[in-house]
Write a protein that binds this ligand. Structure first.
Ligand SMILES: [Zn+2]
Length: 270
C-alpha cells in the first residue's frame, strides 16, 4: 500500500510541473519569407551580342525576405574554391527562444563565370503571353534554373521587426549564405545567366515572370508569394525599353549597392 501512495504523489508532482510548463511562453519558428520584387523586373534589355545568332532578354531580379527570421543556409561538406561538384546545403531555422534546428535545403554549385558559390535553382524566369483583360497566358520562353549567391545586397523594408542595422550575409563563400529580414538579394541584368533566350519570339507585350525557390527547397512562412510578374515590351528594333521610372530607380539602387560593396571591401567588411 505504501508503495502505491508514493506513486500517487509522484503523479501529482508531474501534473503540477506540467501545469507550470503550460503557462510558459510558447516557442515558435522564426521562418523566413522570400518573395520577388517586381520593381527590378522592369530593368530589362534585349541583347543579340551574348551568343552568336541568339536573342536574349536580360533582366534584374531581387528577392526580399519579409519573414520573421533570416534565411540562412550553409554547405555541409567543406569544398575547395573552384570545385564544380555540388555540395549539400542545410537551412538553419532559428526559434523564438534563441535555439535553432537544421533541415536539408538543396545544393550549392560553383558558378565558373561568377567565380563563387551559388545556391542551385534559386530563381526561374518566364515570358508569358498577355491574354485579354491582362490575363496570364502560356509560357513562350523561359530561363534555365538560375542559381544565386544569397546576400544582404540592399535594404528592402527597414520597418520590419528584426531588421539588422548592418548586412549580416556578405560573402559568396562555400560556408554560410543568407538574406536577413528586411534585406533583398539583387542580381543585376548585366550578370551572366540573368536572361531568357527569346530567339524567335515575335515583338509584342508579354508578362515577364520571376519565381523564387521554384522547387520549394527552402522552408518559409508563405509559399504562395514567391512569384512576381510585370509587363515588358519586346521590340527588336528598340532593344532597350528606355525610360521607365521604376527601372531607373532600380538602376540607381544597383549603383548604390556597388558603392556600398566597394566601401565594404575597402574597410574589410566583405
Ligand atoms: Zn553569382
Amino acid at each position: 500500500m505504501r508503495r502505491s501512495y508514493c506513486r500517487c504523489f509522484g503523479l501529482i508532482g508531474i501534473l503540477l510541473v506540467g501545469q507550470g510548463g503550460a503557462s510558459a511562453v510558447p516557442v515558435f519558428d522564426l521562418l523566413p519569407d522570400v518573395t520577388t520584387n517586381p520593381a527590378y523586373l522592369l530593368d530589362t534589355e534585349v541583347r543579340d551580342d551574348i551568343q552568336e545568332g541568339r536573342v536574349f532578354l536580360t533582366l534584374s531580379n531581387a528577392t526580399p525576405n519579409i519573414g520573421d527570421g533570416p534565411l540562412e543556409v550553409y554547405g555541409v561538406a567543406p569544398k575547395d574554391h573552384g570545385d564544380e561538384s555540388t555540395q549539400p546545403v542545410m537551412q538553419r531555422i532559428y526559434r523564438s527562444d534563441g535555439s535553432s534546428y537544421d533541415v536539408e535545403a538543396g545544393v550549392f554549385v560553383y558558378h565558373p563565370t561568377h567565380e563563387h558559390t551559388h545556391l542551385a535553382n534559386w530563381a526561374r524566369y518566364r515570358l508569358r503571353e498577355v491574354l485579354e483583360g491582362d490575363g496570364v497566358g502560356p509560357v513562350v520562353a523561359k530561363s534555365e534554373k538560375t542559381s544565386f549567391c544569397l546576400l544582404d545586397s540592399i535594404v528592402y523594408d527597414d520597418s520590419l521587426p528584426g531588421v539588422p542595422g548592418f548586412p549580416v550575409y556578405v560573402t559568396c563563400d562555400v560556408g554560410t549564405q543568407g538574406i536577413s529580414v528586411g534585406y533583398q538579394d539583387l542580381y543585376d541584368k548585366s550578370l551572366p545567366d540573368q536572361w531568357i533566350d527569346i530567339t524567335g519570339v515575335p515583338d509584342g507585350t508579354y508578362w515577364l515572370e520571376s519565381e523564387v525557390d521554384p522547387a520549394n527547397h527552402i522552408i518559409e512562412k508563405d509559399e504562395g508569394n514567391n512569384t512576381a510578374r510585370v509587363k515588358v515590351i519586346i521590340d527588336l528594333e528598340d532593344p532597350d525599353p528606355g525610360p521607365n521610372p521604376q527601372g531607373i530607380i532600380a538602376a540607381l539602387l544597383t549603383l548604390l549597392q556597388r558603392i556600398v560593396e566597394f566601401l565594404r571591401m575597402l574597410f574589410g567588411r566583405g
